[in-house]
Design a protein around this ligand. Structure first.
Ligand SMILES: O=C[C@H](O)COP(=O)(O)O
Length: 318
């Protein structure tokens, strides 16, 4: 990953002045969705780029060592070798950006990746994911344990109660403690935008998370009724841009939850390129949190290479 965001003092004056123009946000999101998408080899190249930005995720109550094992093998070899060979990409080390699992499955993922001689990062959700409604000491301990088990990225959830009641200083203090508990592990801060009520709250929460030292801000857990949407992404990436212009620190962005199609992944890449520029088009600053997106991307690549659509059983999935 790139240089970390060290965070800043909490700037309550900046936070109190925040106002978001809802109509302008909705219009910009519509514009981006209306752009013509790339075709043929250019589309295939962008789809491979999207693959390298995926945090390949399983966050289910019935996760076991064996499905985490399969997930890791899929992350190491996300696209069939014969398809990559046809694109002359078989020796370019195409993998997903990371795997993402619950804390109790971190050790399983680390063991599989180690056995496969892979340095792919293991990310873990923590801090009472998805609701964040456990005591602070429990949430901190969860971060420490996931790091001790070998997670090098931690996806924390914010305390929505604090955001909804405007307790920005308390939210800042909690997130700085999470950052300390992460140590060398990079921290992605999940805002759970579907529970924040307004765009203004989303922007303010983004700023507080970045001031508290988040390496990434992330839209959603995938468990709220509204997850990654383009309008909310506009609000968050503009907060990232404003924070960068004000501090010189680049913070990454991770939309997550409900992203299922190759076409959506192209829209997300286009949004990043237009709003933040090329620097944000790498796994260091952009991730797609998704459990089933990879299947559709691999199908589209299969179609690009063979001219036919694969049945799902022809493409091994995690
Ligand atoms: O952080 C990632 C999300 O939990 C994945 O959500 P999804 O299962 O809707 O792709």
């Amino acid at each position: 990953m790139s240089a970390r965001n060290p965070g800043t003092e909490l700037d309550l004056e900046w936070i109190s002045k925040v106002k978001v123009n809802t109509q302008a946000v909705l219009k910009r999101a519509q514009q981006i969705q209306g752009h013509k998408l790339l075709k043929k080899q250019w589309q295939a190249a962008w789809l491979l780029k999207a693959v390298t930005c995926i945090d390949l995720t399983t966050l289910s109550g019935d996760d076991t060592p064996s499905n985490v094992h399969r997930l890791c093998l899929k992350a190491i070899q996300p696209i069939r070798v014969d398809l990559l060979q046809k694109m002359d990409m078989h020796d370019k080390g195409v993998t997903t950006a990371a795997v993402c699992v619950y804390p109790s499955r971190v050790a399983d993922a680390v063991a599989t990746l180690k056995a496969a001689n892979s340095s792919l990062p293991v990310a873990s959700v923590a801090t009472g994911f998805p609701a964040g409604q456990t005591p602070l000491e429990t949430r901190l301990q969860e971060v420490r344990l996931a790091v001790a088990d070998g997670a090098t990225e931690i996806d924390i959830v914010i305390n929505r109660t604090l955001a909804l009641t405007g307790q920005w200083k308390a939210m800042y203090d909690e997130i700085t403690q999470f950052r300390e508990a992460c140590g060398h592990a990079h921290m992605k801060t999940i805002l759970a935008i579907g529970e924040l009520g307004t765009f203004t709250n989303v922007y303010k929460s983004s700023l507080v998370a970045m001031m508290a030292g988040s390496d990434f801000i992330k839209t959603s857990t995938g468990k709220e009724s509204v997850n990654a949407t383009y309008p909310v992404a506009i609000v968050m990436v503009r907060a990232i841009r404003d924070y960068y212009l004000s501090t010189g620190h680049k913070v990454g962005f991770k939309p997550a939850g409900g992203i299922r199609t190759a076409q959506e992944s192209l829209v997300w890449l286009s949004l990043m390129k237009e709003e933040l520029g090329h620097d944000w088009l790498t796994p260091h600053l952009f991730r797609l949190g998704a459990s089933s997106l990879l299947a559709d991307i691999e199908r589209q690549i299969y179609h690009h290479v063979t001219g036919q659509y694969a049945a799902y059983h022809q493409l091994p999935m995690a």
